[in-house]
Design a protein around this ligand. Structure first.
Ligand SMILES: Nc1ncnc2c1ncn2[C@@H]1O[C@H](COP(=O)(O)OP(=O)(O)OP(=O)(O)O)[C@@H](O)[C@H]1O
Ligand SMILES: [Mg+2]
Length: 499
């Protein structure tokens, strides 16, 4: 019997202005977890979309279970046991769990949908996935579920049709630590059942935890495949970015000035409880905590996205009265949100229009938009952040996930904010660009601005922060000076219940 579930040979795919994949190949053994990695825009998502029927290749061969296939759609792939868990989940939020799982293939009695069977089948799938999947009901609306639970619904959809191969596209990028651990257990379970996994991720630690082999791409080209046991993070990084890079160096050390902002006893329901802190000029203030600990909820108050029940914010000694993001921007406070598709981007607009949106008025002369000036500014950002796009006029929705994220960030870099709040700034961003973004944040702080950075990644918190606030259950549990002797374990211990 063939030990390979899948072989891709000489695959090429181009889009207008981009060669997304250039003659690449990789193979997947039965029951294996094979990770794909590479910089933003390297072609990872494109390759798995081709394998799972969402895109058609221009040329090359796909050999599945020993024979050449040419499936034309995701439905055809799914029928034959190949499923995709996409980077941006595709569930219908207004439908129930069961309806989403059986969307393309409702169980029927004659011509009538058999709801009872559908609920029962859904429940059986939940049981197959274990405890985490039993935290919701078949009849629950998807809109009520957490990101982790939605991920599970996508997996239920995948395994409902006798799946043999599942491709995951950055599955953990919006999961909590606990949900991530559950996901890994589940992947283990699936491989034990003989299911083969393709796993796309920027998180090297994850790849070393769950993958058997890893293949690296760069600019649509294959760099190489390694057995996990025979490589290390440093080697993978240099394969990805084409040079050596020190992962763990300190990227910022602030010369901290006057107090810029003072938050006093901020409170909103049970989400934010009596939160007080200061932010100084030139400082990077790290906010660490698990998902739901109150970090995002706190900065939403500062930016006027939510109203506080009580508390006050003082800037330059003056009490602020922020009722909306517009007020916040006027006070020179900027927020780079974690939700790029929701609040951060206008998908149908061009790269240039998105980048220059916050300082739109700057490019208006006598009511006419100065397109040349707009293009110049946008072009500079594209260069600084190494945004992979065919051109400045390209619609943002066609860019790779990580490149969309870079555009969200670039929008604020040019604005003249005194305080910049970054919520998970490098989630889904490759290592090279991550270093670039850290350098930019460092430069912004050196200009005397104050920076608040929310991050769930401890190496990022330790490498960037001057001071660290640790959140748990809506409260600040610790304020830590980031000295040489501070360790990841120290910070973590305040964020979990043991302390
Ligand atoms: N539907 C599309 N239309 C036009 N261009 C596309 C489309 N999908 C992908 N591309 C382009 O193909 C290239 C590869 O994109 P892909 O999404 O595969 O990258 P990726 O490796 O998944 O990156 P990331 O880590 O940022 O998710 C990019 O330059 C992207 O802009
Ligand atoms: Mg991608």
């Amino acid at each position: 019997m063939d030990e390979y579930a899948l072989k891709c040979e000489n695959i090429s795919k181009s889009f207008p202005g981009v060669q997304a994949l250039d003659n690449v190949g990789f193979d997947l053994k039965k029951g294996e977890v094979h990770a794909l990695c590479g910089e933003n825009g390297a072609g990872k998502s494109t390759l798995i979309k081709i394998v799972t029927g969402l895109y058609q290749k221009d040329s090359g061969d796909i050999i599945y279970e020993g024979s050449k296939i040419n499936y034309k759609s995701t439905i055809e792939c799914r029928k034959n046991g190949i499923a995709l868990i996409p980077q941006e989940l595709q569930l219908a939020e207004t439908l129930t769990v069961a309806e989403n799982v059986f969307m393309t293939d409702f169980p029927r009695k004659g011509i009538i949908v058999d709801w009872k069977v559908m609920m029962k089948k859904t429940r059986a799938l939940q049981e197959r996935l274990g405890a985490a999947a039993l935290t919701f009901q078949p009849q629950d609306l998807v809109s009520k579920l957490s990101m982790g639970q939605r991920q599970l619904v996508e997996i239920m959809k995948a395994i409902s049709t006798g799946v043999k191969l599942i491709a995951f596209d950055e599955p953990t990028s919006s999961l909590s630590d606990e949900e991530t651990r559950e996901m890994f257990r589940l992947i283990q379970e699936l491989t034990n059942q003989g299911i083969s996994i393709i796993y796309v991720s920027h998180r090297l630690a994850e790849i070393f935890k769950i993958a058997d082999r890893v293949t690296v791409f760069k600019d649509g080209k294959l760099i190489g495949t390694k057995a996990i046991a025979e490589t290390n993070p440093q080697e993978l990084i240099s394969m990805m970015v084409g040079r050596d890079m020190n992962l763990y160096q300190k990227s910022h050390d602030g010369i901290v000035g006057e107090t810029l902002l003072e938050a006093k006893n901020l409170t909103r329901g049970s989400k934010v409880k009596n939160v007080s802190f200061t932010l100084k000029q030139g400082e990077v203030l790290g906010m660490f905590g698990i998902v739901g600990s109150g970090r995002t909820e706190t900065v939403r108050l500062l930016f006027g996205l939510d109203r506080m029940d009580s508390g006050e914010v003082i800037m330059h000694g003056k009490k602020l009265n922020i009722k909306s993001p517009r007020d916040a921007v006027r006070e020179k406070i900027g927020l780079i949100t974690e939700d790029r598709r929701g609040e951060g981007l206008s998908l149908v607009m061009s790269v240039a229009q998105n980048i220059t949106m916050p300082y739109f008025s700057k490019f208006r002369k006598h009511g006419v938009l100065d397109l040349k000036e707009e293009a110049k500014t946008a072009g500079k950002m594209v260069e600084i952040l190494n945004i992979k796009t065919p051109g400045l006029k390209t619609r943002v929705e066609t860019l790779s996930g990580g490149n969309q994220q870079k555009i969200v960030i670039s929008k604020w870099l040019g604005a003249d904010s005194e305080i910049l709040i970054f919520d998970e700034p490098t989630r889904g961003i490759d290592v090279g660009a991550k270093a670039e973004i850290h350098k930019l944040m460092d430069n912004l702080s050196k200009e005397g601005r104050g920076i608040i950075m929310i991050s769930s990644e401890l190496p990022e918190i330790l490498s960037m922060s001057d001071r660290i606030l640790v959140f748990r259950d809506g409260e600040i549990k610790a304020e830590l000076e980031n000295t040489e002797s501070l360790t990841e374990e120290d910070v973590l211990s305040y964020s979990i219940k043991t302390r």
